[in-house]
Design a protein around this ligand. Sequence first.
Ligand code: TYD
Ligand code: MG
Length: 453
Amino acid sequence: MAKSVTAFTCTACGAAHKKWAGRCDACGAWNTVVEEAPLSQGPGRGLGAAKGRSVPLSGLATDEPPPPRRQSGMAELDRVLGGGLVPGSAVLVGGDPGIGKSTLLLQGAAAFARIGLNAVYISGEEASAQVRMRAQRLGLVDAPVRLGAETNLRNILTTLDSERPDLAIIDSVQTLWSDTVEAAPGSVAQVRAAAHELVTFAKRRGVAILLVGHVTKDGQIAGPRVVEHMVDTVLYFEGERGHQFRILRSVKNRFGPADEIGVFEMTGAGLAEVANPSALFLSERGQPSPGSAVFAGIEGTRPVLTEIQALVAPSTLASPRRTVVGLDSGRVSTILAVLEARCGIPFTGLDVFLNVAGGMRVNEPAADLAIAGALLSAREDSALPPEAVLFGEISLSGALRPVAQAENRLKEAQKLGFSQAILPDGQKVEGVTTDRGGMGMRRIADLTGFVGE
Ligand code: TYD
Ligand code: MG
């Protein structure tokens, strides 16, 4: 018999180690290497001892039409799923504790149940009575969702196998435990085994499975990254705790575009869909003020306007503060360096604070010009024209690069009453009226040109 070998795995990056170490040499994280029983002993080392069965192979052509996607009627959720729920798919929904994952999925389950899907909601975190109370508060009691409270993976799989639902929601994957794995619930080994079993079950039985996953401090779904690789779709539910906006973002989708977002507002009666996020994000805007720039962005397939706010103040610290919320801080450092080195505008001795209004996250390089605009406007204490939107990528030389989907950005800006765009010189724009009464275009080839004006 093969000797039983225990392995060690890093919970941060999933790297395998032969022995325990305080620090993972693959990703450099401390205290993340844990002992783990291997999933299977296998038929001897190198799979050499036993012969496998040959797998039938077939061509790419098929007569079978693809199974229809099902739309819940919650347009924001359907869009992020890539146009509806694909039967037999596995979806992971990650997010901070308390951000509203259970609320979102209970509302989603009810919406799918109301269009005739057989939906089952298994809660491992809350008792059935608690979930029922929440359903009552959300006005969902009439929806034919069936509810269960269980954490034992074997019992859950048996239930799903006999009930054969179209959709099963498991809240959350961290609470599940399997008696075949010798580790505590929530450990890497348990989370991985549970996710593996459920994803396999989804594919074999054609049941769509939505898994809830908590994220760690640094924003990754707890447990190894392999869970993200196993599922078809990974969605993150994000937002600032103090804000009412919540954004559901697809970071991976085998059945649709990634980076698509759905916008919700957390109200006393659950999550309300926000059909026009630009209007909502800009509604927080007050009088035109120094340090504010409106960025015409694209999230997935949809244009979204957001306000980027900057504050620049004299610092008393030896190394001044760079506080960035909702933007990539590496990107911000690069823009500050370009402003200093190429345009001769120093930020030494100055604290810099940057923020995206409404708790939105902006990851596009197209936001560079709006960030630079907000920084300059804050530093010079003079407001940008309130009727202008900005977009464009800044290269290390200070030159402005054109970005994708300029027309969509401009049309959205026009729809919201903006009459001027500040954009890269080389940007091609078609289908947007620019003459009298249309959009005014201020084209900039280089950041030094922008600073000079
Ligand atoms: P919840 O869905 O339990 O979060 P998660 O499953 O991600 O941990 O949501 C918890 C928060 O949402 C809680 O702080 C209260 C708030 N909330 C509302 O504001 N309105 C509501 O109708 C509901 C159900 C929750
Ligand atoms: Mg929850």
